[in-house]
Design a protein around this ligand. Structure first.
Ligand SMILES: *Cc1c(COP(=O)(O)O)cnc(C)c1O
Length: 310
């Protein structure tokens, strides 16, 4: 059984290397990836208050949206099963067989998959689409795409409570911006929060994140130059970076979010962006199930994975 109120295991781990000494900074990784093998990192944080709310209001069914490889779908299917919810996953695009590992595991956890055309998906918050979904599935609690809403922001702000000093810089990957909004809220006007967009052309995120913040904050920024060609796009350079980081620090990054964020961190460090004497925290938001999708799409060979996963 899953206890939504239990304290999670997400230690803060210092990593060391010569470059950090040379630049006079201390670097820590907040290991949100260790929270749960299948409800990874920030997805747990984003689900927590939503699931508490859904239970409190007596909902028995959860409905959500996501792409075919969505970490959110994966996490929700696991959490929803453990808490005894019925679940409906509205998946963008057409049904493909065999199901990929993300969708297969969601289905095995009891999530009913429902496919929306790309047009319907774009209009998913319109009255018409929601009405159709209610006609088909009855009453349900809606979790938006990526799980991002006000309650998700609240959950993510709790990450900061678990860091026992005030970071001078806090770096996190961005998809929808819910996590970053939570971090900004939790930091409460101290330090500098830097979000690395995993999407190409992510400057709209500035606006989305501002909308998610209950109050005005100025100590944050979004960097949009580290997407490696776009969302879920990868390059050989990114893979060798992941491999090198794993060999050096024994921490596996995911191919879609945390690797791009950590890569950006090194670039910023080399450019002397961080003041000497700073304490820097990198948020490992999890997402390791994303590797399975990379393997299935032949973006990376099994041999490559085996060579550095263990
Ligand atoms: C979903 C996800 C993100 C993006 O979080 P947002 O709150 O949507 O910005 C970052 N990292 C990982 C590993 C994720 O799965």
């Amino acid at each position: 059984m899953l206890d939504l109120h239990q304290k999670v295991n997400a230690p803060l781990q210092q990593i060391k290397e010569y470059l950090f000494e040379e630049k006079g900074v201390e670097v820590f990784i907040k290991r949100e990836d260790l929270i749960h093998p299948n409800i990874s990192g920030n997805k747990w944080r984003k689900l927590k208050y939503n699931l508490i709310e859904a239970k409190a209001k007596g909902y028995t069914t959860l409905l959500t949206f996501g792409g075919a490889y969505s970490n959110h779908i994966h996490a929700l299917a696991t959490a929803g099963k453990l808490l005894g919810f019925k679940m409906i996953g509205c998946i963008r695009g057409e049904e493909h067989f065999p199901l990929n590992s993300t969708l297969l595991s969601a289905q095995e956890n009891g999530m009913q998959l429902h496919y929306l055309s790309r047009t319907e998906y774009r209009e998913k918050f319109s009255k018409e689409v929601i009405e159709q979904l209610h006609q088909k599935f009855g009453d349900f609690y809606i979790l938006p795409e990526g799980g991002t809403n006000e309650l998700a922001v609240k959950g993510c702000s709790e990450i900061i409570d678990e860091i026992n000093f005030t970071p001078d810089y806090l770096l996190s990957a961005i998809g929808t911006g819910g996590t970053l909004a939570g971090l900004i809220t939790g930091m409460n006007h101290s330090g500098q929060i830097i979000g690395i967009s995993s999407l190409k052309g992510g400057s709209f995120l500035n606006n989305d994140i501002t909308q998610l913040l209950p109050k005005r904050h100025t100590n944050w920024e979004v960097l949009t130059d580290y997407h490696f060609g776009g969302y879920a796009k990868t390059t050989e350079e990114l893979f060798s970076f992941i491999k090198k980081f794993k060999q050096q620090h024994h921490i596996l990054l995911d191919p879609i979010y945390t690797s791009k964020m950590t890569y950006a961190f090194y670039q910023l460090l080399k450019k002397d962006t961080f003041k000497r004497g700073s304490k820097i925290v990198l948020l490992h938001t999890g997402g390791l199930q994303g590797w399975q999708g990379m393997i299935e799409q032949n973006k990376v060979s099994k041999e490559f994975i085996q060579a550095f996963f263990n």
